[in-house]
Design a protein. Sequence first.
Length: 360
Amino acid sequence: MSKYETLSEQLMEQISRNLQQGITALPTEAQLSQQYRVSRQTVRAALSLLRKKGLIESRQGSGSYATGLSPDASKNLIPILIASSQEYIYPHLLADIRSALTEKGYQLQVCPTDNDTSKERQILLSLLNTPPRGLIVEGSKSALPTPNADLYDKLKAGGSHLLFLHNRYSALSEEVCIKDDNYYGGYLLASHLAELGHTSIAGIFKIDDQQGPERYLGAASCLRDLGLEFADSHVGWFQSSEINALEKRQDTRFLAAFIKEQLPGCSAVICYNDEIAYWLMKELSYTHIQIPRDVSVVCFDNSYLSELSKIRITTMTHRPHEIGNCVADTMVRLLQGIPAVSQEIPWELVRRESDGPARP
């Protein structure tokens, strides 16, 4: 083995140690030459080899920095535990994360949990055999205490960096999380409806994922601040099992019950997401309630369903690719040993035809 190849292996070990301490910058060529007692030419050749392997990058006028990649390609595979790989918002989100990680030399391994804590546990147990360097997690039934905190602790002890997406378990509240600013989104939707003159507003939210209570709290807080009431009698809650029945069998009984029990007396409704709004509007059409003349409907996510609906739906959105790129960039920072912080991505309102002024 040549001198520069030997040096490159020594530098890989040094980089690995440095990353564990959050150090990404390599010493200068002169410092490396003195430290390893080799010529500057040997140092340059070793650094060139590391660049070809994608392990370091050069920054003009600044020096060489570790990319966070491992020489072992199998360790550059980042699993993501997510509720679904196919339905609703997930295909575009996963494509964005995969594309951004691929640019950095990493690969994404999708592990659907079906929002089921027992399936999540099975996946985590399989990962414990060879803990990944990084793990992206959308928690299952995140509004509830998780029985899987013990496995996350074991993965962390094995060297895995955790990054939560959309939600974060209360038992792991110190972990970095990239999520929607759901409180602000709920506040903004309620404020929008109030500006249209609606004073009696209903809401329907998911109860076993963190996003639902957060969106509810934002809406309720806005109406409280405006001196309006978000009465419990006008708020409906549903569980993951009811969403599964809706998607698999088009079982809309919980929506029909909401229309009968919570909606009467209200001129507008805030829906947990586009999917709920889409199917609720179908149910409303069967009862001859007209949108937006009789009831205004608003929601979250700005998916294809908000455009597919016969009456296009007013909804909340993010800038294109914003969450996916943020997740990938944060994961790379963690792998590089660079401090990363949780972020809440702000919502923006997309006004369409499903809402209008309150009728006198």
